[in-house]
Write a protein that binds this ligand. Structure first.
Ligand code: NDP
Length: 322
């Protein structure tokens, strides 16, 4: 495992990390999570991603229990949470968004669920049109000065919103955001590569990228229909199945996956390994957050670390043309 600075910060995160969206509490209980974390620690992973909105807070409870059982030194790994969606099915106005009240309450609640004294990374899960950006920057700065959060950042904010947060922090001598958590994979490149391009150098923006396999589409397993034991067949995720496979857009993407699969086979790796190693070749990526519902998937995906040399100029050109 190699370690990369989280943007301009001094925090060194493993280039592959591990997240819990969909999986923890729904497909993975705390015993399986413990096994998965063991695999992650053995591989050198040092960052675990979570959010108040994942399984209405239950995902953080599963992660907290598993980390407690493993009893690793707190200074050997990083955990995150994210605030915005709330952890209730129908949150009240004060239980969601990025107001000072909810940012503060959600942090306290995440600390309790994860059973930690501080969050290494704390993200604003989306931008909040109802809260002035300056209020959120102040709330995050206060949590940093209280020692409850070490690095704060954004997720899926526009480049303009991220710039506003940086500029506000600079003008007011507050702690600026350190990182963004955007989607980035072979099928979703635009925002990361084009919209955010000016931010990497100007602000030293770090990135913790999500869905490197486009929720599993980039394994090729949806090419012959929807497997019963896959994310797209889970109750409550019909919207994802529609978006991934059934919509016109989903079908277009599947056509690209069908062209990527033989290329991976020719190179002697699985498509998931090729897709993950492709994310790693971008120097603006600080860490690629893996997702897995089984230990075997995690083990397969970790082998992507060895696939980097396969990405010759010719292979990169073929991937881009597809
Ligand atoms: P991926 O795109 O890598 O999808 C992971 C899923 O794909 C697995 O749970 C599994 O689902 C399937 N899969 C993975 N590997 C294999 C394999 N080798 N063979 C077959 N199937 C495989 O990542 P996620 O979408 O899970 O995102 C990763 C993390 O990013 C999340 O856990 C979360 O922490 C973060 N995230 C952040 C978001 C944000 O808005 N900030 C949004 C989404 C994610 P299954 O077995 O069920 O088919």
């Amino acid at each position: 495992m190699e370690y990369r600075n989280l943007g301009a910060s001094g925090l060194r995160v493993s280039e592959l990390s591990f997240g819990s969206w969909v999986t923890f509490n729904k497909q993975v209980d705390h015993k399986l999570a413990e096994h998965m974390f063991g695999t992650c620690f053995d591989a050198g992973i040092n960052f675990f991603d979570n959010a108040e909105g994942y399984e209405a807070g239950q995902s953080e409870i599963v992660m907290g229990k598993a980390l407690q059982s493993l009893n690793r030194p707190r200074d050997s790994y990083c955990v995150s949470s994210k605030v915005y969606f709330g952890c209730h099915g129908s949150p009240l106005p004060t239980q969601q968004g990025l107001s000072r009240k909810h940012v503060t309450e959600a942090c306290h609640q995440a600390l309790e669920r994860l059973q930690v004294d501080y969050l290494d990374l704390y993200f604003c899960h989306r931008a909040d049109p109802h809260t002035p950006i300056g209020e959120t920057v102040w709330a995050m700065h206060n949590l940093v000065t209280q020692g409850k959060v070490l690095y704060w950042g954004t997720s899926e904010w526009t480049a303009d919103e991220i710039s506003q947060a940086y500029e506000f922090a600079k003008e007011n001598h507050l702690t600026p955001p350190s990182m963004e958590q955007p989607q980035y994979n072979l099928l979703d490149r635009e925002r990361f590569e084009v919209e955010y391009a000016p931010l990497y150098e100007k602000y030293g923006l770090g990135t913790t990228i999500w869905s490197p396999l486009a929720s599993g589409a980039l394994t090729g397993k949806y090419l012959d229909g929807i497997p019963d034991d896959s994310r797209a067949s889970l109750p409550g995720y019909e919207w994802l199945r529609e978006r991934m496979v059934e919509s016109d857009r989903g079908q277009e993407r599947m056509q690209k996956v069908a062209k990527l699969l033989p290329l991976a086979q020719e190179l002697g790796v699985s498509l998931s390994q090729l897709a993950i190693t492709w994310c790693l070749q971008n120097p603006n990526v600080s860490t690629v957050i893996l997702g897995a519902s089984r230990v075997a998937q995690l083990e397969e995906n970790l082998k992507a670390l060895k696939a980097g040399p396969l990405l010759t100029d010719d292979v990169l050109a073929q991937l881009t043309s597809i």
